[in-house]
Design a protein around this ligand. Structure first.
Ligand SMILES: [Zn+2]
Length: 220
């Protein structure tokens, strides 16, 4: 069953422009380095290539079908294949890719962001670092899609980060969470050897999340 609610193409274009400006405000993107997309049924609204994300308006946003054929607008982001791959392989409503500073820095020194904090559960577990390949390449898309297995976030070696969600707000929240986790790891590792959570601690945290979820479900 598709969890994702279908929205109109016009709403999807507005959301892509909104999240692009938010990413710039949060200093998670600089210039045109990053992209975002939102699915609207069989179509995807995506940032255009080379656009300044801080200034993006809905009319700039490109619309493509799930095969990547442009339906409306100019040339889509160079990471079109990666964005479309996430929709084809995972049940996503929106994708955010950026070159956030701490995530990008960490992607150059680790193979995985390990269990430093229980909030990693909100991303599906330790975040893998997809092996490096040239931006916009089929190889990069394949590496990143594999790293996302069972996760909603991945780091991209010597490149940046990607998250997806049911909708654009969730995808953005996960990008913000990932950048925070990368900063925590970075600061901890700079001062010493970060202690990782044990299996017992993780099982207890998972049970606590389940209890919290059941309370939320009952209330609404
Ligand atoms: Zn990139």
């Amino acid at each position: 069953m598709l969890r994702v609610m279908s929205i109109s193409v016009a709403e999807a274009r507005e959301q892509v422009a909104w999240v692009s400006r938010r990413l710039a405000e949060e200093r998670l993107v600089h210039g045109s380095a990053g992209n975002a997309s939102v699915r609207a049924g069989d179509l995807v609204a995506i940032t255009p290539t080379g656009s300044v994300l801080a200034e993006l308006v809905p009319g700039d946003v490109v619309v493509v079908d799930l095969d990547g054929t442009v339906v409306e607008g100019g040339a889509p982001s160079s990471e079109l294949e990666l964005n479309l791959g996430v929709y084809q392989r995972y049940d996503a409503g929106a994708v955010v890719h950026c070159h956030a500073p701490l995530a990008t820095a960490l992607s150059t020194i680790v193979d995985e962001l390990p269990w430093i904090h229980y909030e990693l559960m909100l991303l599906g577990g330790p975040v893998r670092v997809a092996p490096y390949a040239t931006f916009g390449s089929t190889e990069l898309a394949a590496n990143v899609l594999a790293a996302l297995e069972g996760r909603t976030a991945a780091l991209m070696a010597n490149h940046g980060a990607i998250t997806y969600g049911d909708d654009i707000r969730q995808a953005l929240e996960r990008t913000l969470l990932l950048e925070w986790l990368c900063e925590v790891y970075w600061r901890a590792a700079a001062a010493g050897e970060p202690r990782l959570l044990s299996e017992r601690e993780l099982a207890a945290a998972a049970a606590a999340f389940d209890r919290q979820r059941s309370i939320v479900d009952m209330s609404g």
